[in-house]
Design a protein around this ligand. Structure first.
Ligand SMILES: [Zn+2]
Length: 401
């Protein structure tokens, strides 16, 4: 999960031992702020006294903590090692976090980020663990981030955001998992692999939004809403199954769908099965309100993403082929309600059949779960690289409107 940014690595003077406190030497006075480690061992500092000493402002907004210092907004994604500055989403050694009632910011903010971006205002003395405010001119270097075309180790520019949607959840178990270990349903496997996919994407420098991280039900019509403005693409994870009939346990394999009207009888069956989750929901969903699939499939804004979705599906399917031992069932089109509300390229992956013993084992074995997640993450990176090449300007693609 830790991604070292090239520009951060280039910074001089990171101390090898961690100070117990940091001195903020501002023009109007000095303050000492303690440094501690969070649950994962990353050094953090309490935000409230730190921001007060810097004469800054702090605001919590959804999952983001916005810190304004010298009129420059730094936005930290709470719980994830990422921050947004000057329209770029950049990795951190450790996340901003909430412990008890208090927000904690990464130590890196004081030791590296502020003295880098606000170099004409602050100087960091690593030996004395002291951030010194310089008198005189306070011109900022906000443009520095934009002018620095830093690349992540994955080869991507920073700033991409992907929504991962583990199918089903809560009272909707998905399919019962005939060849899963006792008590394990589709909803459990999609969540396990979804969380692994999140880790793999973050490791590649991509920010991730999850539609769920626990065993809860998110309405189908609401899931796509997680991928609108600040989102590059949407991946929904599922497990296929067949109704009991002669030879049904022989059918196996993985397939990737993008949204369109179903082309084949089997695609229509899979779409119907996944759309059935609606029966667990209470109250109207946006998809219902919009008048059903026919209306949405013809929606122009959606068609814009159709070709992109097809390409993403192709890359995901090809990627899975390298990690999966089962049959490659190919890329398919079908009308999934979960994909209708996403306003970005969107795919739904049926990762295998729980009604087949080999697939059932593969989908519930930790090593192969991780391999599947890594192969999907690699496909996403490949898709985003293609997208960057095509557009030529992807420094802030994750927040394009
Ligand atoms: Zn499903």
């Amino acid at each position: 999960m830790i991604v070292q940014l090239a520009l951060a690595a280039a910074l001089a003077g990171s101390p090898t031992t961690l100070p117990r406190e940091v001195t903020i030497a501002a023009v109007r006075g000095e303050a000492r702020i303690p440094v501690r480690t969070d649950d994962a061992g990353s050094p953090v500092m309490p935000a409230a006294p730190l921001i007060a000493a810097l004469d800054g402002r702090l605001r919590l907004d959804g999952g983001w903590a916005e810190v304004v210092v010298a009129d420059q907004p730094f936005r930290f994604l709470v719980g994830a090692p990422l921050y947004l500055f000057s329209s770029q989403l950049l990795p951190l050694a450790g996340p901003a976090s909430v412990q008890g009632d208090s927000l904690f910011l990464p130590y890196q903010f004081v030791a590296e980020i502020l003295p880098y971006y606000l170099a004409e205002r602050y100087r960091w003395d690593p030996r004395r663990a002291r951030l010194e405010e310089l008198r005189g001119r306070t011109t900022t270097l906000a443009g520095r981030a934009a002018s620095n075309p830093a690349r992540l180790p994955s080869g991507l520019r920073p700033g991409h955001v992907v929504t991962v949607d583990p199918g089903h959840g809560g009272v909707d178990p998905g399919n019962p998992g005939v060849f899963f270990p006792r008590g394990t349903h589709e909803k459990d496997v999609t969540l396990q692999i979804g969380l692994l996919l999140r880790d793999e994407l973050e490791r590649r420098g991509i920010a991730v939004r999850m539609t769920r991280t626990t065993d809860t039900l998110i309405a189908l019509g609401d899931r796509g809403g997680y991928c609108t403005e600040a989102c590059d693409l949407f991946v929904s994870l599922h497990v296929n199954s067949l109704a009991r009939r002669r030879g049904y346990t022989d059918v196996r394999g993985f397939e990737t769908f993008f949204l369109a009207e179903a082309r084949t009888e089997d695609a229509a069956r899979v779409a119907k099965m996944e759309n059935d989750a609606v029966r667990f929901e209470t109250g109207p969903s946006p998809a219902d309100a919009a008048g059903g699939l026919d209306f949405i499939v013809k929606d122009l804004q959606l068609n814009e993403h159709l070709r992109e979705s097809a390409r993403l599906a192709e890359l995901v399917q090809r990627g899975l082929d390298g990690a999966h031992t089962s049959e490659n069932r190919g890329v398919k089109q079908a009308g999934f309600m979960v994909l209708t509300t996403a306003r970005r390229p969107a795919v739904l992956v049926e990762m295998g059949y729980s009604t087949n013993p080999q697939d059932g084992r593969l989908l519930t074995t930790p090593t192969s779960q991780k391999a599947l997640a890594a192969s999907i993450a690699d496909a996403v990176v490949e898709y985003l690289r293609e997208y960057e090449r095509k557009t030529g300007t992807a420094a802030d693609s994750g927040i394009r409107r």
